[in-house]
Design a protein around this ligand. Structure first.
Ligand SMILES: [Zn+2]
Length: 145
């Protein structure tokens, strides 16, 4: 894999420290075996369909034996996908994976969780916020809904 296949993002150092701490807490909690990872979490981390439009996701790149980038062919949404995360033996596998993932992938999974929690809203927002691209690019100073 070429370095051209990657892009960097800047993470404030406070967040980087927090991500590492949260990772440690998650791995510790998961490996303790005190809770089971449910289907909702499995669908976020190893989705079978696009959380925005519901279409199927296609693998566009394999980052390792257990992590790939999945992309929706219909709307273009992409996210990391933990492919070896089976529904049956998820707990131990998830703990081991979270211990090794890069911060960019961890942050991507956090965004995937946010998208999943907002999926009902996102499905219906195509027309409602047609200026959203301009808002993100800073071309609209004040948004009047
Ligand atoms: Zn989609």
């Amino acid at each position: 894999m070429s370095s051209l296949d990657w892009s960097s993002i800047r993470i404030p150092k406070e967040l980087k420290e927090s991500y590492e701490k949260v990772r440690m807490l998650l791995v510790r909690a998961i490996m303790s075996g005190k809770f089971e990872v449910g289907n909702k979490v499995a669908e976020i981390l190893n989705p079978t369909k696009c959380p925005i439009c519901g279409s199927s996701l296609k693998t566009v790149r394999k980052l390792s034996n257990s992590v790939e980038i999945a992309k929706c062919e219909k709307c273009g949404y992409s996210q990391p996908r933990l492919t070896t995360l089976s529904r049956e033996n998820m707990t131990i596998e998830l703990g081991l994976m979270l211990a090794k993932l890069g911060l960019g992938i961890l942050a991507g999974l956090g965004l995937a969780a946010l998208v999943n929690s907002l999926s009902d809203v996102l499905k219906d927002s195509d027309d409602a916020y047609e200026d959203s691209g301009k808002i993100i690019e800073g071309k609209v100073e004040e948004y009047e809904g």
